[in-house]
Write a protein that binds this ligand. Structure first.
Ligand code: ZN
Length: 151
């Protein structure tokens, strides 16, 4: 299901988040360069490897797996899906499918997942530079649609 970041397939790295202890998932450096606010970007050490903390209750988004540097939700230009349950937060960042838009589409009998998949297959998605997790959103979209269908 992953589209544009094949390296993330084996991306679980042993390093855990220095704040919550959850295992991080490696993200490409370009993701941080694209999504950090200028003031945070100005502190980036490009020699480090970075991981994404997926824990919803942890404020840390990125941490260096080989250094002390961390970046929190406030350091990003966009809200982070895993850490912000607001309905206006995107699930699919590339094509701006917010929770609200997906929910409306599903309730009207639409199939947002199919639509997103078509864009992915056409090579249009840019999760590496749009999505804070640095990887394809399709798993998150599928999971969110399951939740919509349950409630
Ligand atoms: Zn964490």
């Amino acid at each position: 299901m992953d589209c544009c970041a094949p390296t993330n397939r084996e991306g679980t790295i042993k390093t855990s988040c220095p704040h919550c202890g959850q295992n991080g998932r490696r993200v490409p450096l370009v993701t941080l360069k694209s999504l950090l606010k200028p003031a945070a970007l100005a502190t980036l050490d490009p020699e480090c490897d970075y991981a994404f903390c997926p824990n919803p209750s942890c404020e840390t988004v990125y941490f260096a797996s080989d250094g002390p540097l961390t970046f929190a939700v406030g350091d990003l230009k966009v809200p982070v899906f895993q850490k912000d349950s607001d309905m206006d937060v995107p699930v699919c960042y590339c094509f701006d499918w917010t929770r609200k838009r997906i929910m409306q589409a599903v309730r009207q009998g639409g199939n947002p997942l199919q639509e997103i998949k078509a864009h992915v297959q056409a090579g249009r998605c840019g999760c590496e530079v749009n999505n804070p997790q640095g990887a394809c959103c399709m798993g998150n979209v599928a999971e969110f649609i399951r939740q919509v269908n349950v409630y």
